[in-house]
Design a protein around this ligand. Structure first.
Ligand SMILES: NC(=O)c1ccc[n+]([C@@H]2O[C@H](COP(=O)([O-])OP(=O)(O)OC[C@H]3O[C@@H](n4cnc5c(N)ncnc54)[C@H](OP(=O)(O)O)[C@@H]3O)[C@@H](O)[C@H]2O)c1
Length: 291
């Protein structure tokens, strides 16, 4: 079996990734502060800020593929802790890129739709990158380090949803709707979310097809945050009586791009892949019976 190393394996995406592919790969994950152990997955405690620990992990595992999911991914936290955000999202990505080159591992860097400035609908891979906050800037810096250090790196710009072991926007909205809690939904923040399972399968397909460079791996539908929640309510037959639509005002808050929709044509052109609609994916989640 091929050996695959997933950084941030205790995170929302990393853990989902590891569990989804573990029957076909020898899966190793790294975790840092939150321990994560599952049958069929090898867990290693590695602080990405410690180059020595990272080198030892590569030496021990000798992975053929590295999926670099670990990041400081909280936009507000990054804005207040800019130095550490860049250390994790940029500096450690450079080290991982260099190690993946030395060990001849295929490197996949999970990036974000926040590397664009939010001025254009359906931004494509060639559109300019002018991130508006520290999170976006540090993730873009990580992309650049990966591509400069390892020309074969695959960069995935995405925004995903699903039901994992950590709280996500889907789960927050679902729980609020179910308990009829009041909720404010932004009707001016747009994105193209992809179902987490499609994202993982899409990434594995790009690797199998020996792709490198930048890919927007997102859904095809452009929805606002409020439209996404309306679809949850529809599929799960929940009442929207306590949901209020409002608009996000950048004002005094951390700046966020309001238009985060990305164009996925390059991805769909280069590999033969069918992306679920949001409604289809929500029905898949419903059919698991887990919520
Ligand atoms: N969630 C989204 O909607 C979204 C959207 C677009 C892109 N992304 C990108 O997708 C990737 C995964 O996101 P996610 O939602 O799964 O994030 P997450 O749940 O916050 O997981 C990130 C993981 O990174 C690890 N990490 C942070 N600092 C570390 C360090 N110094 N050493 C080792 N590990 C460290 C954390 O480990 P510990 O907790 O153990 O410290 C955490 O488990 C990220 O690269 C993010 O930028 C996410």
């Amino acid at each position: 079996m091929k050996k695959i190393l997933i950084t941030g394996g205790a995170g929302f995406l990393g853990a989902y990734f590891a569990n989804r592919i573990k029957k076909d790969y020898e899966v190793h994950i790294t975790y840092n502060s939150s321990e994560y152990h599952q049958d069929g997955i090898f867990s290693h405690k590695v602080n990405l800020l410690n180059q020595d620990e990272l080198e030892k992990a590569f030496q021990k595992i000798k992975p053929e593929i590295v999926i670099h999911c670990a990041a400081k991914a909280n936009v507000d936290w990054c804005e207040e802790n800019s130095h550490e955000a860049f250390l994790v999202n940029q500096t450690s990505s450079k080290i991982i890129a260099s190690l993946s080159k030395d060990f001849k591992s295929k490197l996949v860097y999970i990036s974000t739709d926040q590397v664009y400035d939010g001025e254009k609908k359906f931004a494509n891979e060639l559109d300019p990158n002018l991130p508006v906050n520290v999170y976006g800037k540090s993730k873009l810096a990580g992309e650049i380090e990966c591509l400069n250090t390892n020309q074969d790196a695959l960069i995935i710009r995405t925004n995903f949803y699903g039901l994992g072991h950590k709280m996500s926007f889907f789960e927050w909205a679902f729980k609020a709707l179910k308990s009829k809690s009041s909720m404010q939904l932004y009707n001016n923040v747009f994105y193209t979310p992809i179902f987490i399972e499609d994202l993982i399968d899409g990434v594995m397909c790009l690797i199998a097809n020996q792709k490198s460079g930048i890919y927007n791996v997102v859904g095809t539908e452009r929805v606002s945050k409020s439209q996404f929640v309306f679809l949850i309510a529809k599929v799960f037959n929940l009442s929207l009586e306590n949901a209020v639509e409002t608009s996000y005002q950048n004002g005094n808050k951390v700046p966020r791009p309001l238009e985060m929709s990305l164009d996925n044509k390059k991805f769909l052109h280069d590999i033969n892949f069918k992306i679920s609609t949001v409604e289809q994916a929500l029905n898949k989640i419903k059919n698991t019976g887990l919520v």
